[in-house]
Design a protein around this ligand. Sequence first.
Ligand code: ADP
Length: 165
Amino acid sequence: MRHNHIYRAVLPGSFNPIHYGHIDIAHRALRLFDEVIVAVYVHPGKPDLFSGEERVALVRESLKDEPRIRVASYNKLTVDYAREVGAQAIVRGLRVFSDFELEFRMALANRRLAPDIEIVTFIAAEEHLHISSSTIREIASLGGRCLFDDAAACRRGAAAALRRA
Ligand code: ADP
């Protein structure tokens, strides 16, 4: 029973750049949670193709039509961040079987660190199974275009990756 309680989840990741697989998981998480915080992990010293601010801006733009989604950056343990924002769960997406091992290990470690926070994993939609930020960056680095043609922010992200490659 819900008793006016807010159910909140954190969807953490590097979003370098955001793509349709991420967008799909964020929207699907809203079927279970009242609020989803898309949390962009920004490692202070690590140079990335996109800066933390750029990644956050692309995520914000991609998800701007959904008032129950918030976007923020963080650079601490994900479970600590989840507690800080009052989330009961961490949401992850699973694409291929090879994602499983890492996700499983991270989930076990997170459960040790924070038994009060549940890890909820969504199986990727079939049409997004092949998409990952690293694939986008790799295709861009080899001069490919057009993985994405309808979400403006995803398109801009892929185009910027191409320019910087
Ligand atoms: P990537 O692996 O693309 O660099 P991130 O670290 O930004 O992704 O991932 C954030 C979350 O989104 C992770 O839980 C990841 O498994 C999930 N995710 C990434 N790509 C997809 C996809 N195509 N479909 C579903 N979930 C995905």
